[in-house]
Write a protein that binds this ligand. Structure first.
Ligand SMILES: CC(=O)N[C@H]1[C@@H](OP(=O)(O)OP(=O)(O)OC[C@H]2O[C@@H](n3ccc(=O)[nH]c3=O)[C@H](O)[C@@H]2O)O[C@H](CO)[C@@H](O)[C@@H]1O
Length: 405
C-alpha cells in the first residue's frame, strides 16, 4: 500500500471511529471508594469525546446491593446486576471455609457466566474495572471475550480484586507512584500512576452556600469548622470518640458530624445534653449527599477514616485532617494510607490499636488553635493531591482502546 493510500485508509478509519459511539463497560463498586472514581472517569470520557463530536455508550455491570446500583439509577446510567461472592477474611484459614464464604463462592461461576454474556453482547471498546468483588467476574469475562481491560486501583496497596485481574489487564492504573513498585514485573510495565479521580463537583464547593444548604445559621463563622466523617455507613469508633470530647470541641469550633444513618438518633441525643450556645454549633447528619462539596469548602479541619476516596478528596482540596483508620480494612490499607499522609506532614494519623478521646483531643487542638499550623498541613496535603487524575485515567482508557488521546 502506497503512502497516500495508507494515509487515506487511516483518515477513513478515523472518520468511522468518530461516527460510532465509544462503548465503555464499567464495573466496580460496593462502596463509594470504588464507585465514585469509575463515575468520574466515565463523565470525563464523555466530556473529552463530546468535544470531538462523539458519544459514549455505557453499561455498568455491578452488584444489585452495592452503592453502584443506587448511583447509576440516580445518574440514568444503564445497569446490569451480576451475582457476586464476597470472601470474608479470617486469621484462621479453616474459618475462611465458613458457610457464608462457601455459599458466596458458589455464586461466582454464575456471576462469570452472566458477566460473559453482558460483555459479549455489549462488545465494549474497553472494560474499566475499579475494584470490589463484582469486578472479578467482569474482568475475567473481558479476558474471555478478548476485550481490553483497564484496572484502576484507588489504594496504595493493590486490593484483592485488582490483584486477581492485573496479570491480564491491558493497562493497570494506580493512584500513587509508590504503588508501582508493588506490582510484579510484567504488570509494572503496563502500569501508570494516574491518581484517584475525584468527582469534579467535590472540588467546586462554596463555603457560604453550605450555611444555607445545610442550615448552619447557628454556626459562628469566626470559629473554625470541623467536618467529622466515618464513611457512608458512619463509624461507631469515631462517633464515640467525638461524643466524648464534644463539649470541648464545640468551645473551639463548629461541628458537622456525619455519623451514619443508623446512629443519627443516638447522636442527636448528645445535642439535648449540650447548653444551647454549644448545641447551635453542632449538626449531626446521617449521610452527606449533594451538600458534600459545600461542606468540604467550609471545613477547616476534617476528622475521618482514611479510605482512599476520602484521602484523594482531602489532598485534591488541600484540607488539614486527623485520620483514624479502620483497623480491620483489607491488609491494613487504611492505616497505610493514613501513615503515608502523616509522613509527609499532610495529616495527623492516630494509629494506636486503642485510640482514646485524649488522643483525638491532642491531635485536633493544635489545628484548631493555630491557624498557621493548619494552613501548613493543608498546603502539604495539596502537594499530594491529583486533581487531574480523571484526565490521566481517560488517557489510559483511550490508549487501551488503541485510540489517540
Ligand atoms: C470499609 C471499606 O471497605 N473501606 C474501603 C472503601 O472505602 P469507602 O468507600 O468506605 O471510603 P472512601 O473514603 O474510599 O470513599 C467514601 C466516599 O463516599 C463519600 N461520602 C462519605 C460519607 C458521606 O456521608 N457522603 C459521601 O459522599 C466520601 O466523600 C468519599 O468520596 O474503599 C476504599 C477504596 O478502595 C478503601 O480505601 C477503603 O478501605
Amino acid at each position: 500500500m502506497g503512502k497516500n493510500t495508507s494515509a487515506r485508509a487511516g483518515i477513513q478509519h478515523h472518520d468511522r471511529q468518530a461516527q460510532r459511539p465509544f462503548r465503555l463497560l464499567v464495573t466496580g463498586g460496593g462502596t463509594g471508594g470504588h464507585t465514585y472514581p469509575a463515575l468520574t472517569a466515565l463523565r470525563t470520557l464523555q466530556e473529552r469525546l463530546s468535544d470531538r463530536g462523539r458519544t459514549v455508550e455505557v453499561l455498568w455491570v455491578g452488584n444489585a446491593a452495592g452503592l453502584e446500583a443506587r448511583v447509576t439509577a440516580a445518574e440514568g446510567i444503564p445497569f446490569q446486576a451480576v451475582a457476586t461472592g464476597k470472601i470474608r477474611r479470617a486469621r484462621n484459614p479453616l474459618k475462611m471455609l465458613s458457610r457464608a464464604n462457601l455459599t458466596d463462592m458458589a455464586r461466582v461461576p454464575w456471576g462469570v457466566l452472566q458477566a460473559r454474556s453482558a460483555v459479549a453482547r455489549f462488545r465494549p471498546d474497553v472494560v474499566l474495572a475499579t475494584g470490589g468483588y463484582v469486578a472479578v467476574p467482569v474482568g475475567v469475562a473481558a479476558r474471555v471475550c478478548g476485550r481490553p481491560l483497564v484496572v484502576h486501583e484507588q489504594t496504595l496497596r493493590l486490593g484483592l480484586a485488582n490483584r486477581v485481574l492485573a496479570p491480564f489487564a491491558a493497562r493497570v492504573a494506580v493512584s500513587s507512584e509508590s504503588t508501582l513498585s508493588l506490582l510484579s514485573g510484567s504488570a509494572r510495565e503496563r502500569a501508570v500512576a494516574t491518581g484517584n479521580p475525584v468527582r469534579a463537583e467535590v472540588l467546586a464547593g462554596d463555603a457560604d452556600r453550605a450555611v444555607d444548604t445545610l442550615g448552619l445559621q447557628g454556626f459562628d463563622r469566626a470559629r473554625p469548622t470541623v467536618y467529622v466523617t466515618g464513611g457512608a455507613q458512619g463509624a461507631n469508633q469515631i462517633n464515640e470518640l467525638v461524643g466524648a470530647i464534644l463539649p470541648w470541641l464545640l468551645e473551639h469550633a463548629n461541628v458537622v458530624h456525619q455519623c451514619g444513618p443508623a446512629s443519627l438518633d443516638a447522636q442527636r441525643e448528645h445535642t439535648t445534653a449540650l447548653p444551647p450556645s454549644l448545641a447551635a454549633r453542632y449538626l449531626p447528619v446521617g449521610f452527606v449527599g449533594p451538600e458534600l462539596p459545600d461542606l468540604f469548602a467550609l471545613a477547616d479541619v476534617v476528622i475521618s477514616r482514611s479510605g482512599a476516596g476520602t484521602i484523594a478528596e482531602l489532598t485534591a482540596l488541600g484540607t488539614a485532617s486527623v485520620l483514624i483508620p479502620l483497623a480491620s480494612s483489607a491488609g491494613g490499607e487504611q492505616a497505610h494510607n493514613a501513615r503515608h499522609l502523616a509522613e509527609q506532614g499532610a495529616a495527623t494519623a492516630l494509629l494506636a490499636t486503642e485510640v482514646t478521646a485524649a488522643d483525638l483531643r491532642d491531635a485536633v487542638e493544635p489545628l484548631l488553635t493555630d491557624p498557621q499550623r493548619r494552613r501548613a498541613m493543608a498546603d502539604r496535603a495539596r502537594v499530594l493531591g491529583r486533581p487531574d487524575a480523571a484526565d490521566r485515567l481517560v488517557d489510559v482508557i483511550l490508549d487501551a482502546a488503541g485510540e489517540g488521546r
